[in-house]
Write a protein that binds this ligand. Structure first.
Ligand SMILES: [Fe+2]
Length: 305
């Protein structure tokens, strides 16, 4: 009897410790790491010999809801890094009232040259689902029955284009960064089947100082076409770096066709450079990050030797 009582007490203690550790982990992921922003820095020798540095700020996946004050304050401070131009790879919104605070936080960044594409979450509001479900299926199927966007994506786009940023949703154009010309092309979000690469297909302008491809989801079918058309740097988001990662293992799933080793960061891809942002935010239905801090990136493009 004494032995049984001891065993039960040991099991109870173990369960209590496990529960406490689990709660502490969730609290850390929801309160601390979700607001523990990181600026990543990269340097790529990509420009013609003798060219001065060209600094790109890449932001993505803010998934903004009003009241995310720490996120808004950090975003506002990114202008201090004085980028030559800014690229937003989408999923900026997660609430009907998020446009004004997002645009306000961009603030002085909108006075600089920039470009953007949309993500599915700029168009469709978040719907509750089992946050662990992404481990075994893509969220792409969640959009199959949603045909009418319910978020103010047009107002978001208008605010950015009114500031002079280039709309790259199935479009191409030139970003003028000082006296440098960036030949840019982009596609709308392939995650909801709105990408139309054929509309921007063709050899990139070889006379430009930089040839830039922009897309929300790093889907290999589009990445390969950008690379084949001569775009030197591809910028994408969408993956959130996995959002919930395992220490010493990394990203579990990417929620699209890119392999998990290239779920975030700077990589070589089909002879070009690919940078995937781990993103600034989280889905409001899964407001946690673990071993995957929210981020933005400064990418300094410098002259080749
Ligand atoms: Fe996202």
């Amino acid at each position: 009897m004494t032995t049984l009582r001891k065993a039960l007490r040991t099991a109870g203690t173990a369960a209590a410790i496990t529960g406490a550790v689990g709660l502490a982990g969730i609290g850390y992921a929801a309160v601390i790491e979700r607001n523990w922003f990181r600026l990543r820095r990269y340097e790529i020798p990509l420009l013609d010999p003798g060219s001065p540095r060209l600094r790109v700020l890449h932001i993505s996946d803010a998934h903004l809801t009003p009241g995310r004050r720490m996120l808004l304050d950090w975003l506002r401070g990114l202008a201090d890094h004085e980028p030559d131009f800014v690229v937003n790879t989408g999923d900026s919104l997660a609430h009907p009232d998020a446009v004004e605070p997002f645009i306000s936080a961009l603030g002085p960044l909108l006075e600089r040259p920039g470009a953007f594409v949309y993500g599915s979450n700029d168009m469709y509001s978040p719907q509750f689902k089992n946050p662990a479900r992404y481990l075994w299926r893509s969220s792409r199927a969640d959009y199959s029955k949603r045909t009418v966007p319910d978020l103010p994506w047009r107002e978001l786009g208008t605010a950015m284009t009114d500031a002079g940023w280039l709309d790259l949703n199935n479009r191409k154009g030139v970003i003028k960064a000082g006296d440098r010309r960036v030949a840019a092309a982009g596609v709308h979000d392939s995650h909801i089947g709105l990408d139309r690469y054929d509309k921007v297909a063709g050899t990139a302008d070889a006379d430009a100082d930089l040839r830039l491809g922009v897309l929300h989801s790093p889907e290999p079918a589009n990445l390969n076409r950008f690379a084949a058309d001569g775009y030197q740097l591809l910028l994408a988001g969408h993956t959130h770096g996995g959002q919930l990662c395992l220490p010493f293992y990394g990203t579990l799933v990417t929620n699209c066709g890119i392999d998990r080793r290239r779920a975030w960061g700077l990589h070589r891809y089909a002879g070009t450079w690919l940078h995937v942002s781990g993103g600034l935010g989280t889905s409001p239905t899964a407001p946690v990050r673990f071993a995957c801090r929210p981020e933005a990136s400064i990418i300094d493009l410098v002259a080749q030797d």
